[in-house]
Ligand binder design. Structure first.
Ligand SMILES: Cc1ncc(COP(=O)(O)O)c(C=O)c1O
Length: 363
């Protein structure tokens, strides 16, 4: 039996990345200045059709900057799903605001728009949503609620690079949207992230905040409390090479999803997408009928040297959040869901082996 480890993810890196990094090294522009920063920003802007795209050092600080740029702080509330990656909700805590958790829809595993309005108060400043595992939320419904109540919409698109909603690209579906380019993301720069916005004023503010609050006119003068949240030119160079093959990456991932669905659809559930949307299928994910079934399969795959991930822990259960919300669907989905190996270079025979082990171990 082939016992070579199958990881949950590995980046899709090849000769183009090697070449462009070598070019960057030879130029000696290896810090956060250099031509690839601008090129990467322009290319992402072109790909997503965003008005402004700003490179940053990772996807977590991208959301922190979104909070700061929108002036969200102590006393403010931000509506957010209980089922997401911790960095998303943490950004609300970083600025001293309060997360208000809302449950997810049991089929889309994304924020349930019908539950939001009951949680809006006079303190609510924004809805911060995630496109979980790459699947777009019901954007039109969220946008209607945000507009009606005069609150901001922040799109954490860390997992949904390349996904679309009614032909609009993920990354353009918020007053501010953010990407992560961590090593396991659809395109990667190792560590890295981006902030996107339709609004020039916000873009200018974000550029200043990520760059130590530097004055535009006076050297070594800082208008505001800023941060060093800059991406390096080397990272941006990798990003340019990665973006050059985004269509291939997305097609390979769509094929992985199709194979998993074909092989397992009678036994497990898959994430439901809104109409007229496409997922990035960042993580191919399945929901079992019971917690025991999931544990059983995780163990069987581990024995066969195949890595999986359980779904995110509900955020309100983490010790530093210290509150338990009434979010039954979040709890159910978190307990029964699992991510499968989802990297573009996963071979068909490896995927067949994964499917076979799951099928053989479900009672
Ligand atoms: C939904 C979500 N938000 C934020 C992040 C944070 O991105 P990073 O790891 O680049 O800081 C991630 C990725 O890890 C994520 O999946």
């Amino acid at each position: 039996m082939d016992t070579k480890k199958i990881p949950i993810y590995k980046p899709y890196i090849g000769e183009n990345e090697n070449k462009i990094v070598a070019e960057c090294m030879q130029s000696t522009w290896i810090s956060s200045q250099g031509k690839f920063i601008k090129t990467f920003e322009e290319k992402v802007q072109e790909y997503t059709k965003a008005n402004h795209a700003i490179t940053v050092s990772n996807g977590t600080v991208a959301i922190h900057l979104a909070m700061l740029a929108l002036g969200i702080g102590p006393g403010d509330e931000v509506i957010t799903p209980n089922f997401t990656y911790v960095a998303s909700s943490n950004s609300i805590l970083y600025v001293g605001a309060t997360p208000i958790f809302v449950d997810i829809d049991p089929f889309s595993w994304n924020l349930d728009p019908s539950l939001i309005e009951a949680k809006i108060s006079s303190r609510t400043k924004a809805i911060l949503y995630t496109n979980v595992y790459g699947a777009p939320v019901e954007y039109n419904k969220l946008k209607r609620i945000a507009d009606k109540h005069g609150i901001y919409l922040i799109e954490d698109a860390a997992e949904s690079f390349g996904a679309t909603y009614e032909e609009k690209m993920s990354g353009t579906l918020g007053d501010i949207s953010t990407f992560s380019f961590f090593g396991n993301k659809t395109i990667t720069t190792g560590e890295g992230g981006m902030v996107l916005t339709p609004h020039k004023k916000l873009a200018d503010k974000i550029r200043k905040l990520k760059n130590q609050g530097n004055s535009d006119t006076i050297r070594y003068y800082h208008d505001v409390l800023g941060y060093n949240y800059r991406m390096t030119n080397i990272q941006a160079a990798i990003g340019v090479a990665q973006l050059g093959k985004i269509d291939d990456i997305l097609e390979l991932k769509r094929q992985l999803q199709r194979n998993y669905e074909e092989g397992l659809k009678d036994l497990v559930s898959f994430q439901r997408l809104p109409e007229n949307s496409t997922s990035s299928y960042w993580m191919c994910s399945i929901l079992f009928k019971s917690i025991d079934e999931r544990e059983n399969i995780i163990n069987a795959l581990e024995k066969a040297n195949i890595e999986t991930r359980p779904f995110f822990t509900p955020i309100d259960e983490l010790p530093f959040y210290n509150k338990v919300e009434d979010c039954p669907h979040t709890k159910e989905v978190a307990a029964r869901g699992m991510n499968l190996p989802s990297f573009p270079a996963l071979k068909k025979n490896e995927q067949d082996r994964i499917i076979e082990i799951i099928r053989n171990n479900i009672k």
